[in-house]
Design a protein around this ligand. Structure first.
Ligand code: 5AD
Ligand code: SF4
Length: 481
């Protein structure tokens, strides 16, 4: 973990060191010089704005990027019209890409009025060669482009971009490098995501993630535990372990370790009160993991278990490597062993070759598993993936119809499922002041359900007991007890 390094003591008149993270400390020190120069000229520090698209992995990456910018001397702002604007992009579905292009149009306008503004793009979308081509030809006003494998290099790239006039592009196709000990700026003081692994080896046929995030790499358990101990000492009570497929954690370590084994170690860390993780692939969910969850007082009663489709025929074409029956048996085992668990899922509608009978199979699984929540997506054709080349793409009208049907069933079952604790009491981690009503606080139950209740902001970050008075669809209204 990054311990306050005195960047001002680094000699930036020598050659940069070759090894990491020392090299990045050197460039952070060098950027600091530039920031001081800016401050002298403008009478204020330069500001930065980051916008994250996509998943929790990206959110965590953005905290690391903000950490580096903070160390360098930039000041964070909520204004998009900042001196440094960074979009951390997602490309899992095409609509995420389109949103980025839309926002870039707006940035172009800001830059007209503030030519010194720097615009940077990073993340999954940048790992696609077609995107880079498009940026080079039609978005020349972008200053800096990097991908998913080299975010730790932000300071070095920033220095380059101060020195070069042209668009700086640095995309790595893959990496086996994991750079530790860089600064992080956490969004919440009391909870934090922690990467336990990077990349994905599953190659589900619709998914672009293995191409843009590379092969599976696990962090060393000692590094993870050290980071969590430090976070706990810093006041973090809830940790979210992040990986594309956490159930295959540790397989490629020199000294292999299972995910369940890692959880056992994290459980021992004093100060950590809640442990969450995401995402689990059903094919790799072990009995050992169920056992550890069952015995744990800290692992939250929530499992995100992507189904994608309930039709065995479609699952096979998706390369998911489980059948409808195997998935149902797993869900049943989970409910038997951990009765108070909430199961949530991801579903794709409109995968190539999907007929209405297949959608009915998906609906059958939703009714039987009774999800607390399900994220339902319309299939998005990602070029380069095997599914994109499949001949039988589903007509839009049929996809819409299937999607609406699935959504209705999800909403009905989720409402019933979430309401099953009405009238009871629950431990709630208070997260923030309610978005709509300042007199209310918003917190989360162990099973991830949101609860709103009257209370004062000092409670933020604390675990309190709340009576779950009324279920309103997907959340509760309650009061402190
Ligand atoms: N189209 C639609 N949804 C997708 N997902 C991944 N790839 C695609 C795609 N090509 C969904 C899956 C995954 C979630 C993160 O995004 O449901 O679990
Ligand atoms: Fe994509 Fe499948 Fe990997 Fe999830 S498990 S990131 S859906 S390839």
């Amino acid at each position: 973990m990054y311990q306050e390094i005195d960047l001002d003591k680094i000699d930036i008149n020598t050659e940069p060191p070759a090894e990491e993270p020392a090299r990045q400390y050197y460039f952070m020190a060098k950027c600091r010089e530039w920031v001081r120069e800016f401050e002298r000229k403008n009478g204020r520090r330069p500001s930065f704005f980051t916008q994250t698209f996509g998943c929790q992995m990206n959110a965590r990456d953005s905290e690391k990027l903000a950490g580096i910018l903070g160390q360098v001397g930039y000041e964070s702002t909520e204004e998009e019209n900042a001196d440094f604007v960074l979009f951390n992009t997602c490309t899992v579905r095409d609509n995420a890409n389109q949103r980025v292009y839309g926002r870039l149009g707006e940035l172009k306008n800001y830059k007209k009025h503030n030519p010194a503004m720097k615009i940077a793009l990073c993340g999954c979308m940048m790992q696609e060669p077609a995107v880079i081509e498009k940026l080079r030809s039609s978005y020349r006003f972008v200053d800096l482009v990097f991908g998913t494998h080299n975010i730790f290099k932000l300071a070095e790239l920033l220095c380059r971009s101060f020195e070069e006039q042209d668009m700086v592009v640095d995309i790595w196709e893959g990496t086996d490098q994991i750079v530790e000990d860089l600064p992080v700026e956490r969004k919440y003081p009391f909870k934090s995501g922690i990467n336990i692994m990077f990349g994905c080896n599953n190659f589900c046929s619709y998914c672009i993630v293995p191409y843009v995030r590379g092969r599976e790499r696990s962090r060393e358990p000692e590094d993870i535990l050290r980071e969590i101990r430090q976070l706990a000492a810093d006041g973090v009570v809830e940790v979210m372990l992040l990986g594309q497929n956490v159930n295959s954690y540790g397989k490629n370590l020199k000294k292999p370790m299972t995910f369940a084994g890692l959880l056992r170690e994290i459980e021992k860390i004093e100060g950590v009160e809640r442990i969450r993780f995401m995402t689990s692939h059903p094919k790799d969910l072990s009995d050992e993991l169920i056992q550890v969850m069952k015995e744990s007082g800290k692992i939250c009663r929530h499992l995100h278990l992507p189904l994608q489709s309930g039709s065995t025929r479609i699952l096979e074409r998706m390369n998911r490597r489980y059948t409808k029956e195997q998935y149902l048996a797993l869900a049943e085992k989970l409910r038997r062993e951990i009765p108070d668990i909430a199961i949530t899922t991801d579903i794709i509608v409109g995968f190539p070759g999907e007929a209405m009978e297949d959608v009915e199979e998906t609906i059958d699984v939703i009714r039987r598993v009774k999800y607390d929540n399900a994220f339902t997506f319309i299939y998005s054709r990602r070029s380069g993936t095997p599914a994109a080349a499949m001949a039988d793409q589903v007509p839009e009208k049929q996809v819409r119809e299937g999607f609406d049907r699935v959504l209705r069933v999800v909403q009905d079952t989720a409402r019933e499922q979430v309401a099953r604790y009405q009238g009871q009491e629950a431990e709630v981690l208070v997260e923030e002041i309610n978005d709509h009503d300042e007199a209310l606080l918003t917190g989360r139950m162990s099973n991830n359900t949101l609860v709103h209740f009257p209370g004062s902001p000092e409670l933020i970050g604390r675990i309190v007991r709340v009576s779950l008075d009324k279920c309103q669809g997907f959340y509760y209204m309650g009061h402190l007890v």
